[in-house]
Structure formats: C-alpha cells, structure tokens
Design a protein. Sequence first.
Length: 233
Amino acid sequence: MPDINCCQICGAAAPPIEGYCGEIVGYRLVRDPWAGAPSFLDGNIHFSCLEESDRRERFLDEFTHLVQAGHEEIDSLDGSLPPLTRMGLGMFRIFSGTECDIFQSRVSDRWMVVTKSGPWFSLNYSQLQEIVHGALPTSPADVTRYRLPVDPGPQIAELGLTELLAALGVEERYATVADPAHVEYRFVDYYPPKHLLDYVARAPLPLPGEARTFLATYAETYVPVTFDDEEGV
C-alpha cells in the first residue's frame, strides 16, 4: 500500500493541488479498487492517474455513492460484525450531462462536480460567483501542508512549482498545471527533519464546459443558505 502522501494508484509523490490531485481520507470508507486485498482508500490521487486507470469506473461508482449518501452502515473488510458506519456527504444531484454530474449540499453553499473521466471539483459560493461572471473558478488560497518523500535540499524555498514537481519526479503528472502562468504557487515554510512543506497553490479549476454553462444559469436563481441563528447579525 502506498504512503498516504503518495498517489494511491502510481505510488509517486502527490502534493495536493486542488483540481489536479485530490485526497481520499480513510474515515470516508471508500473501497480501494487498486489494492491487492480488500482495503479502504487513504491518501492522495493524481487525477491524471485516475483518468488513465482501467479501474476508474469502479472508483467513480463508489465515490458518487459517497457524495450522495448520509450516515449508513457498510460491511467491514472481512465481513465481521459489527458493520462500519460510513459518513457520506449528503448531497443531491442537480445536473447530469455527458461530461459530468453536479451535486449540491443540503445544508450549506457547497457543490461537487464529478467528471465522467474521474476528476472531481468541490465548489463554494464565491467560486460559483466567479462562474457567473464568466471566469474559470480558482481554488482558495489556503496553506497546504505536505510531507515530501525526499528532501529537495536547502534550495526548496527558491523552487517554483515546475522545479518542485521536477525534483519530486512527477512533473508529467501535473503537466497541465506546472506552468506558473496558470498556478499561483508560493512557498510558505519547510521543516527539514520531517520533510514538511507548507505552500499555497491557487489553481484554476478546469471544469467541463457543460458544468460552467449549467452553474452560470443555476446561480441566477440560487438563494444562499441562511441559518436562523445568523439572522440580524
């Protein structure tokens, strides 16, 4: 089983960049179609690896079920009792097209675009507004912490995204985002003893055209979620 910081399909380094390398956390209890023995996914996935995989459809069936499910019981890996409790995302489908499906949260201003080719994109209300204004939505400028499988050396603070991915040997897995013109990459901090890199990678999310078209119209009549305890604030 690959390290959780590496791609669960190819086993290579997989620093998360939203829209290009996603994470499946173990407590979601998504069954791993790439494992040699029954197990749950726990780690990162290059979307380029997912698109190329012959087990992609098995993963997507499991993933789209998780997106729509609430709390549910599922069989343990060996069939022993008691069953396990899976916590789904509790979303419902609002669009199904030739390239993707779109799901909406029942309790917050959140959406999930799941493409037929594998990649998925999580959207919030501000990103929805970017689509309304005709722009390609971008990922939030949040700090990501990633444990590198190797120490790139003291020059890490000077590396751009392209150089960092090359140092990790995975530049081809991020070919569509390695150009700094497309991704706002910023080094934040590095802790050499544990190879911990903190960085910001604000990337455009390559949503299918049909998703952008639908969401732009959908947003015109969408009313943001308001909780009672927020009234009057």
